[in-house]
Design a protein around this ligand. Structure first.
Ligand code: ADP
Ligand code: MG
Ligand code: ZN
Length: 722
């Protein structure tokens, strides 16, 4: 039998963290850590990596040291952990010296379940000695890709982790990262010297993200329109240059949208201020260059707009990944223009190393073909990470929602390829387009290309059209780009087949690209706005970011389930007993007022909507009752019989008979220790063995005053159900 039974782990999940169930891979990682193994968790942003080390840290005697790269995030992380009742602190240079001493003193006494450390701390003289004296059960390394020079966030300080490995060879290590590249993953594993680790590489699919790509026309007006459609929702707008960041930010401000800029040209204080304002929902939008990155732990980013084409798929994935960490729907919009490719090329052209340059350009082309492709975006993103996506239609990307239609472009393709062929396949895209539209440019004339047959043949369609056709031919490998510095267009065999009329070129185009895609919301937006304001006030008063008070997910549930009493409030995702005590009254007050003002709202019983929670099929076709479900949900949150009875307004006897049934059915997530401690259980067991299970009275009488009927009844369920 494992040291930590399933039920202990589940009840901790529900009681402390307030979650009904584990997300994919979390339980396996938690269990491996509890079994003192090294683990390596590779999960996308929002996958719930923190829980994987926080939960075992809350169960194991020694707690956990957490290595985390950003000092600016530690306070929020600790606030959030303390907010659910964990003993947590951080140790970094922002604390005054005396406090640092105090934290280290408590650390040596085993006073923390979670202690966040910046990696540079490990290199400070004497620190390792103190760490050795502290009784930690394991070390968690968050953002573990920072240890790899291959990644984009390499931190030399992370190399100090080797010292911990040497000083404390038996301390298990749990490493976590969201990086998707396998090269970096291998590097991490060897640098951290993970010893036969339990490795989980999760799917990189982010089902709650909606992917959309639109041609860029008037960028600022397009962004404005998009932001207006997302009123009250926080979002990031990425722009390529600092200048464009400033322009877009001031444009939005001039249109009365609250927006702040963020780029490396701002001084450190301004950057921090703007980031904080965004974190705390004081500004709706942050307009930023890619410098705005890892420092964002904000879970309620509802959209990410790219105003320019990113340099590669990895960046695109990481940047869009900052949306919807709370797993609620979020929208990723890419506005791009073919010209972006030519604006970005110089970044790579400047690279001296030929291999690097060609790799970079190849990655850029992949990004471009993503933007222009007509296959499901999700499929394309996952394919980039060598992951296949099984569903035909993902239902959350522009292509899948709008559909595409077939378009026969054989004649256009022949015009393009004929120009390529007649100029001996020795020219690039711009030159070929110039021929087709009949440009008078000197270089073209000097080659005599105004005399070839296709010269000027595509004047009326315009340059943009021909670039699209060429891109499509490249994407379908009818042509290839050859050569590093000035890539030339060349026909493939498939291309020749089209040119010489042996095959047709049919490509797909998006069907109704004008339509803006908006996902339906499943909650009451008016009440949401009210609760959002309330959340912000409470957060400000406590000096924490709003998402530390409640996640968007919790608020969304409050605005669709309308909890009005403790029992109902505890059924909200993310609400455990600590949150109930702290915020329950205020939020439920607002919900009650709202319901009173809106009698038209029909509230449905919450337990019924949270089903299926009960694990087992009821024996003999007995109906699964909502009342049993409701008791189970509360028991899982760690409430005792009395507490459940008073939360539900029922008699304790009723509740204890529910619980007996739940044990009989072997439901997950409840533990006998919640109701009857082990010494007492032993005594009760003896009595039952003596008198049989049919009646409770002899057991209660036999233990004169030590045990109640409720306890005996629950113990019976436990003893006979297992
Ligand atoms: P990551 O570090 O992997 O990006 P986080 O640990 O920040 O992700 O978690 C993302 C969000 O998911 C947080 O709001 C967290 O509270 C929530 N979360 C984590 N695990 C669960 C779970 N089992 N059920 C519901 N929400 C969860
Ligand atoms: Mg994280
Ligand atoms: Zn799709």
């Amino acid at each position: 039998m494992p040291v930590y039974p399933d039920t202990a782990v589940h009840s901790q999940l529900q009681n402390v963290f307030g979650f009904d169930s584990f997300r994919d891979n979390q339980q396996e990682l938690v269990e491996a850590i509890l079994a003192s193994r090294d683990v390596f968790g590779i999960m996308p942003t929002g996958g719930g990596k923190s829980l994987c080390y926080q939960l075992p840290a809350s169960l194991l005697d020694g707690g956990c040291i957490v290595i985390s790269p950003l000092i600016s995030l530690m306070k929020d992380q600790v606030d959030a952990a303390v907010g659910i009742g964990l003993k947590a602190a951080y140790l970094n240079s922002t604390l005054p010296g005396s406090e640092q001493q105090e934290v280290m003193r408590r650390m040596e006494q085993g006073g923390y379940q979670l202690l966040y450390l910046s990696p540079e701390r490990l290199a400070l003289p004497g620190f390792m000695e103190r760490l050795k004296r502290s009784p930690f059960s394991f070390m968690a390394v968050d953002e573990a890709h920072c240890v790899s020079e291959w990644g984009h966030d390499f931190r030399p300080d992370y190399l100090s982790l080797i010292k911990v490995r040497e000083a404390l060879p038996h301390l298990p290590v749990a490493a976590f990262t969201a990086t998707a590249t396998k090269k970096v993953q291998q590097d991490i594993s060897s640098r951290l010297r993970l010893d036969n680790p339990f490795v989980v590489r999760a799917s990189f699919d982010r089902p709650n993200l909606f992917y959309q790509v639109r041609p860029r026309q008037q960028v600022n007006a397009q962004i404005e329109q998009f932001v207006r459609e997302h009123r009250g929702e926080a979002g990031i707008v990425y722009r390529l240059s600092r200048k464009d960041v400033e322009k877009t930010a001031s444009y939005l401000v001039s249109r009365n949208i609250s927006a702040l800029p963020y780029h490396a040209g701002l001084d450190g204080a301004a950057r921090l201020r703007n980031q904080e304002a965004f974190n705390r929902d004081d500004t709706q939008v942050i307009v930023a260059t890619v410098a705005f990155g890892m420092g964002i732990d904000k879970s309620n980013v509802r959209f990410v707009v790219h105003g320019d084409l990113p340099k590669n798929m990895e960046s695109y994935y990481q940047e869009t990944g900052r949306a919807g960490r709370d797993n609620e729907p979020a929208h990723c919009l890419l506005l791009y223009n073919r010209g972006d490719y030519f604006r970005l090329r110089p970044f790579f052209d400047e690279l001296r190393d030929k291999q690097e340059r060609e790799f970079g350009l190849q990655q850029l082309r992949k990004m471009l073909s993503y933007a222009e492709s007509t296959v499901c975006r999700r499929k394309a993103v996952l394919a980039y990470f060598d992951e296949s996506y099984a569903k035909e239609n993902c239902e959350t990307c522009d292509i899948c929602v709008h559909g595409t239609k077939k378009h026969d472009a054989t004649v256009d393709a022949q015009k393009v390829m004929s120009a390529v062929y007649r100029t001996d396949q020795r020219f690039g895209i711009t030159h070929i387009v110039d021929i087709l539209v009949g440009s008078r440019n000197k270089r073209l004339l000097s080659f005599g290309h105004d005399r070839i047959k296709t010269y000027g043949i595509g004047k009326k369609e315009g340059k943009q059209h021909w670039r699209m056709i060429i891109e499509s031919l490249l994407a379908h490998e009818k042509m290839v780009m050859d050569g590093g510095e000035y890539p030339l267009l060349k026909l493939t065999t498939a291309g020749e087949n089209i040119l010489f009329g042996r095959e047709q070129f049919v490509h797909r185009v998006l069907q109704h690209p004008e339509e803006i895609v908006r996902q339906e919301v499943g909650y009451n937006p008016e009440l949401f706005t009210e609760l959002q304001i309330m959340r912000r006030e409470m957060a400000d008063a406590a000096g924490v970011p709003p998402f530390v008070v409640f996640s968007d997910r919790s608020l969304h549930e409050m605005c669709s389930l309308y909890p009005e009493n403790d029992a109902e409030f505890l059924m909200i995702n993310g609400v455990g007993s600590v949150k109930l005590d702290q915020y329950g009254e205020t939020f439920m007050g607002a919900i009650k007022d709202y319901l009173a003002e809106h009698p038209e709202i029909e509230k449905k019983p919450i337990a019924a909507q949270r089903a299926p929670v009960l694990r087992r099929e009821p024996p003999g076709g007995v109906e699964v009752s909502d009342t049993l479900t409701e008791t189970l949900l509360l028991a899982r949150k760690g409430l005792g019989v009395e507490a459940i009875a008073s939360a539900r307004g029922l008699k304790p006897t009723t509740i204890s008979s529910h619980i007996e049934k739940l044990f009989l059915r072997q439901e997950e997530g409840i533990e006998i220790a919640q109701f009857v401690d082990s010494d007492l259980l032993a005594l009760i067991t003896e009595q039952f063995l003596q008198h049989g299970y049919a009646r409770l009275k002899p057991v209660v009488d036999g233990l004169t005053g030590k045990v109640t009927y409720d306890q005996a009844r629950i113990a019976r369920g436990h003893l006979t159900g297992s």
